[in-house]
Write a protein that binds this ligand. Sequence first.
Ligand SMILES: Cc1cc2nc3c(=O)[nH]c(=O)nc-3n(C[C@H](O)[C@H](O)[C@H](O)COP(=O)(O)O)c2cc1C
Length: 200
Amino acid sequence: MTDGVGETVADPAAGPVIDARQFRNVLGQFCTGITVITTFDGDGTPVGFACQSFAALSLEPPLVLFCPTKNSRSWAAIERSGRFCVNVLAEEQQPTCARFGSREPDKFAGIPWRTSDLELPLLDDALATIQCVVDSVIDGGDHYIVIGRVRALSESTDSGRPLLFYRGQYTAIEPDKTTPAPWRADLDHFLTTTTLDTWL
Ligand SMILES: Cc1cc2nc3c(=O)[nH]c(=O)nc-3n(C[C@H](O)[C@H](O)[C@H](O)COP(=O)(O)O)c2cc1C
């Protein structure tokens, strides 16, 4: 809202005005992995988009979530098909990320992929694939929060490392910088750790 002379002021009902640049900068301090989320369009064409807003949600039942912008064409296709595959990108897959983060018409051209038993497009070089059916969709401002129920999981047999996104740039893990976290007693509450002797 404005004060009549063009200055942006806080709207008491909406809370303080948050500057978009500052929002992006601050949230960019939170480092994430990158996924490509895929499905088939109605005519059998594979579609997908680069997505950092992915998370594990629940073990019992097995749920994950991702957040597509409301004007994503891939989300429109996922909404129609009712299913999607989360492909977790490896550090070598920057070009794949750039392609799927664009609005190019044929994002799969030249990228090795296959069709799964559950009729979803899987990227061959992904670190992991998580195949889901759409469980529920929640409004989230200019995005949706899409909750998926996991139907099938796979992970790469090589010891690849993930592609990361941090402060608006690609980055990767330095192998000698990983350290086991100390809170073993609470392991049951963490969705993305392994258990007992296979810790990290
Ligand atoms: C690293 C990276 C992360 C992204 N994360 C998201 C995301 O979490 N949600 C989203 O809607 N778009 C995200 N995007 C943007 C979409 O990939 C991009 O808008 C794409 O053009 C959408 O294509 P579509 O309209 O064909 O679905 C991301 C892009 C990049 C490069």
